[in-house]
Design a protein around this ligand. Structure first.
Ligand code: GLC
Length: 472
């Protein structure tokens, strides 16, 4: 089967969040199963773009509304990622440094999708399935069905994978003329509450829809940033498929980013060595339990609660601990997190940046990973932590609830709490500190965590089964 993934991000070409990790690994595992999976994304100006060789595979042009645009499709030459990676270049529109955050993101991503469709109608290798990811690729199922120019693509199966339903790509109806001529009777397939809603449109028009965990799919029926009724109505074609992680990238035995490799055979020592290096680097006492937070500093991840929660935990806990934060995002949160340094010097460190290498070193050296997320469609960080023997301390939501079992329950290996609030975070930190200081089960739990299989191998096949369940 030939599958084309369409996404705004793909690791290592461009990463903002977990979407990139999924799109950068799922196709590799689908190829291992004997299929042909490829990825197409915008040509962001990233270091990966500059460091690699590319060949031009297609050139075309289209008119968006009344704006004439030329586009070029380039392909990474050496197949370094384990799948063919294609990028769409539209001069001045897509070739920018950031993935998102421009005022014209709506137009940029629409132009990207039209270029993909234009390329597709001319391409000899027509895929059997197009798997679109999130709203940035959400108008493709509509265009394949209802734009006259793409009528002969309507027999390609389409699947929408939702990594985050908070962002939907809302556009004013004024912009409807940008979408290549379409059957106006079908306007209802674009509209949600008086706006063009690309995510809602994809839920309606795709043959199948999946979220990245089963728990999150259920939550969307009650909380989907305005789309609850739609998910309830379309539930017959919706399912949840838990993300896997790329075991060739996330492997403490071979990881070249970490300072000292280790495996289940020497987990305690291996982690201790990594912890020592990390603590030395940031001036922290290696004897104390070490907590980390890694991620975007945004409200969905409850990052706004971190400054107050960390402060309160330091104040209220009778036993001492260390905390390192890595991430960037909301400037107000960034600032407050930096302020904690002054009060808790020697126990706390923050790195306000995105840093892939440091994140690996932190998973390897830490004892606990905190994830108090308000919304977590799957969450990959808790899976990385488990693989590196770091205990996840998570709020029971979405994929976190599906992948972490509390130590109080049968076969448990993590710490879970119910609410994204200061009190729950503080008491969970205290629970973890107590476990570290007064229990001898931590190293046994560590082995348990490291042995859990969260690789893509299982889920990659479930995606194939989903594609196969569509008949055209
Ligand atoms: C988004 C979600 C996260 C998920 C990731 C990959 O970043 O917020 O929960 O793990 O996508 O699917």
């Amino acid at each position: 089967m030939e599958i084309l993934h369409v996404s705004a991000e793909c690791y290592p070409m461009a990463k903002v969040g977990g979407l990139a990790d999924v799109v950068g690994s799922l196709p590799k595992y689908q190829n291992k199963l004997g299929h042909i999976a490829k990825v197409v994304m915008p040509m962001h100006r990233t270091s990966f773009l500059h460091a690699n060789e590319w060949e031009v595979v297609h050139k075309g042009a289209f008119i968006m509304g009344n704006i004439p645009l030329n586009f070029t499709i380039i392909k990474e030459k050496r197949n370094q990622l384990g799948f063919d990676l294609y990028c769409v270049d539209i001069y001045g529109w897509l070739d920018r440094e950031k993935v998102y955050g421009y005022d014209d993101d709506g137009e940029r991503y629409l132009a990207f999708q039209i270029a993909v469709a234009e390329w597709m109608v001319k391409w000899n290798h027509r895929p059997d399935v197009i798997n679109v990811h999130d709203y940035h690729a959400g108008l493709i199922p509509f265009m394949f069905r209802h734009s006259y120019a793409y009528k002969n693509l309507s027999n390609i199966r389409t699947v929408l994978t939702i990594h985050n339903a908070q962002y939907q790509g809302w556009m004013d109806w004024e912009k409807s003329g940008y979408i290549p001529d379409w059957d106006v009777w079908k306007w209802g397939m674009l509209d949600w509450n008086g706006q063009i809603n690309p995510l809602a449109s994809a839920v309606r028009c795709a043959d199948k829809v999946n979220t990245v965990s089963e728990g999150y799919m259920k939550e969307l029926m009650n909380a989907a940033n305005g789309l609850e009724k739609l998910f309830e109505y379309e539930k017959g074609k919706c399912s949840g498929i838990l993300n896997g992680i790329d075991y060739s990238v996330w492997d403490p035995e071979k990881d070249s980013f970490i300072l000292d490799n280790f495996s289940t055979k020497d987990a305690d020592h291996g982690k201790a060595r990594n912890k020592k290096k990390l603590c030395d680097e940031f001036g922290l006492d290696v004897q104390l339990p070490l907590f980390i937070f890694i991620g975007r500093l945004v409200a969905e991840k409850a990052a706004d609660l971190l400054p107050e929660a960390i402060n309160a935990a330091f104040e209220q806990s009778e036993e001492k601990f260390n905390f390192i934060v890595l991430g960037n995002g909301d400037p107000v949160v960034e600032h407050s997190l930096e302020q904690i340094h002054k009060t808790w010097f020697g126990y706390y460190h923050s790195q306000i940046q995105y840093n892939e290498k440091l994140s690996h070193q932190m998973y390897a050296g830490a004892d606990f990973l905190l994830m108090p997320s308000r919304v977590e469609p799957c969450g990959l960080n808790q899976l990385y932590a488990l693989r590196y023997g770091t205990m996840p301390v998570v709020r029971r939501t979405g994929g976190l609830a599906d992948t972490v079992i509390d130590i109080g329950d049968d076969n448990g290996y993590g710490i879970c709490f119910n609410n994204a609030n200061i009190q729950d975070i503080v008491s969970s930190i205290k629970r973890a500190v107590y476990l570290y200081n007064h229990s001898n089960t931590l190293s046994k739990l560590r082995l348990h965590m490291m042995k859990i299989n969260n690789s893509w191998e299982k889920s990659a096949q479930v995606y194939i089964d989903l594609y196969n369940s569509i008949y055209k």
